[in-house]
Design a protein around this ligand. Structure first.
Ligand code: HEC
Length: 272
């Protein structure tokens, strides 16, 4: 199986990676090993399995109302998945809110399938190896935007408001360490625990980072969503837990997406 081969190749690269960390070689050689590791996995991206599972889930009759998500409007009309992710977050008239993909899926699971909001939002920040339907769904929907440039509208006042709020949150520093997103992602060539930190205020770097999420996280053995990524960074920032699909989380995505405008979607990519 293609994926089994990819995992074997990645495991070999991973061993090389572990060895170079263990012997304490310079950071640069470790960074090279991380690149090799990514390349080995990217050839046969394990995320394909989540994409297939997500597509099946999208079409499956589920929930108390026993209907599929095929009538869900992701912004381009009911049931249109192709290209929808590249134009999110966006304003939705039916809810009167700016929604990202995850919050829109919650909206559809509640409105169409009859789930309660609690059921639809269950376990969004799962740990290693834990499977959640949301992650398969985001893998499928985002994969249908591969090759399509990010184009996020700021035409609606609520879209502009979300963008401005996201920008404010990005630069806001606080909590025990006086960290903000900007502390780790506001300058070039920063590193933490051997990870290169993208400068997300720079459009070129923001494009590369934003377009690769959702992503298959090797360390999780799972595809994870952008909401998951943001929550993990809130934790690194020593902030209180980011509430799943909260206006703050969507606003942050709006700021990141707009900064990445024009970048070509490659998600779900492969990450450490
Ligand atoms: C203490 C440092 C730190 C802070 C503060 C921080 N991050 Fe991160 N961020 C990281 C690290 C480390 C990674 C890479 C994680 C990895 O690959 O394991 C990362 C990765 C990311 C990525 C994915 C980049 C990519 O190319 O895959 C995004 C997007 C991101 N952070 C956004 C944010 C936002 C938005 C905030 C503010 C809410 C934030 N981060 C705050 C450390 C931080």
């Amino acid at each position: 199986m293609r994926t089994a081969r990819a995992i074997a190749a990645a495991a070999a690269a991973g061993l090389a990676l572990a060895a170079s960390v263990a012997t304490g070689e310079q950071k640069d050689s470790t960074a090279q090993e991380i690149e090799k590791y990514r390349a080995a996995l990217a050839e046969d991206n394990p995320a394909e399995l989540w994409e297939a599972r997500g597509e099946a889930l999208w079409k499956e009759k589920r929930g108390p109302k026993h209907v599929s998500l095929e009538a869900c409007d992701l912004g381009l009309g009911p049931g249109v998945v192709k290209g929808a992710y590249a134009a999110m977050p966006r304003y939705f008239e039916d809810t009167g809110k700016v929604e990202d993909l995850e919050s829109r899926l919650v909206t559809c699971m509640v409105a169409l399938q009859g789930f309660t909001p609690e059921q639809a939002k269950k376990n969004p920040f799962a740990g290693p190896g834990q499977k959640v339907p949301m992650d398969a769904l985001v893998a499928y929907v985002s994969s249908e935007s591969r090759g399509i440039p990010v184009h996020v509208s700021l035409a609606h006042p609520k879209e502009r408001e979300a963008y401005e709020m996201g920008k404010k949150i990005f630069f806001y520093r606080g909590a025990t360490h006086d960290f903000g997103c900007v502390t780790c992602h506001g300058a070039n060539d920063k590193r933490i625990r051997l990870q290169d930190l993208p400068n997300l205020t720079d459009p070129a770097q923001a494009r590369k980072a934003y377009t690769s999420w959702p992503a298959y996280r090797v360390s999780q053995g799972e595809v994870r969503s952008m909401q998951w990524r943001l929550n993990d960074c809130f934790r690194q920032q020593r902030f209180p837990e980011l509430e799943f699909v909260s206006p703050a989380s969507i606003a942050l995505s709006m700021y990141l997406a707009k900064t990445a405008e024009g970048g070509v979607m490659s998600a779900p990519a492969v990450k450490r």
